[in-house]
Design a binder for this molecule. Structure first.
Ligand SMILES: C[S@@+](CC[C@H](N)C(=O)[O-])C[C@H]1O[C@@H](n2cnc3c(N)ncnc32)[C@H](O)[C@@H]1O
Length: 244
């Protein structure tokens, strides 16, 4: 008889505070025989750190270790190719468990469908296997809560922007935004702050590192040392307060 394949579960574990995981994510995490997670070489993994207290010995861990830590690779290597090959291999590793009938929970910091690496597995596997996605509290909402920053009032629109955007493109989009969240700071921090200053938005912008985590840091934007801004940081430009 054919083995019934396991389920692929994209599991959002929230922005950092271990209590910000949903009941459903926690149940499925505990029930999954295999727990997969993306991680940088030599690191524990952010998502893993959030949920490790819930794991049991019988569960199999499947770390999916990124082959590179930077997009700037020496020629002839291309980041896109290297990372695409890596996601292919990671999909095969996950599929081997699914084919053996084991559910695989792929834990994901924040929400799996919001810039989450899980998406690359989903794109490769969801047509062949039963895939279920459990949403999580994403970092921008965790950030807004710890910054005490209501994001959008009434009919305002929110723009979510990547700090990786070139200066002029970022400026164009921010100039049009009622409210904005800027993700992926790190080495992009200096450029992003410059754009905010040029648009006269720096005074309204709020910055947080590792929102909701034990080592969370909230720093006034003009006091952030650009070289020390970590990858796990974001900026919020809240919508203008509505005097309702
Ligand atoms: C690959 S994306 C992952 C987003 C995640 N899936 C989510 O739902 O928030 C990584 C970016 O999310 C932001 N981020 C994730 N967790 C964060 C946190 N706890 N505090 C601040 N920013 C965070 C940073 O901007 C970081 O560069």
């Amino acid at each position: 008889m054919m083995q019934q394949p396991g389920r692929l579960i994209g599991l959002g574990v929230g922005p950092g505070d271990p209590e910000l995981i949903t009941l459903k994510a926690l149940r499925l995490l505990r029930e999954s025989p295999v727990v997969a997670y993306f991680v940088a070489k030599g690191k524990k993994g952010n998502a893993f750190g959030i949920i490790e207290g819930h794991l049991q010995e019988a569960q199999t861990l499947l770390p999916l270790v990124y082959p590179v830590t930077t997009e700037a690779l020496p020629a002839p290597l291309s980041y896109e190719q290297v990372i695409s090959d890596f996601y292919d291999e990671a999909s095969l590793a996950v599929a081997a468990h699914l084919d053996a009938g084991r559910d695989v929970a792929v834990i994901c910091e924040g929400d799996p469908f919001f810039y989450g690496s899980y998406m690359y597995l989903h794109d490769r596997l969801a047509e062949r296997y039963d895939a279920q996605v459990i949403p999580g509290v994403c970092s921008m909402l965790g950030g807004a809560s710890v910054l005490g920053a209501p994001l959008v009032y009434r009919n305002q629109s929110l723009s979510v922007l990547s700090g990786v955007l070139p200066h002029d493109e970022l400026k164009r989009r921010l100039a049009d935004a009622d409210a904005a969240v800027i993700m992926k700071l790190g080495r992009n921090f200096h450029k992003v702050r410059q754009v905010l200053e040029e648009l006269g938005l720096a005074g309204r912008a709020l910055y947080v590192e590792r929102a909701t985590m034990a080592n969370q840091k909230i720093v006034p934007l003009d006091e952030v040392e650009p070289m020390s801004s970590p990858y796990f940081s974001l900026i919020i430009v809240p919508g203008e307060r509505w005097q309702g």
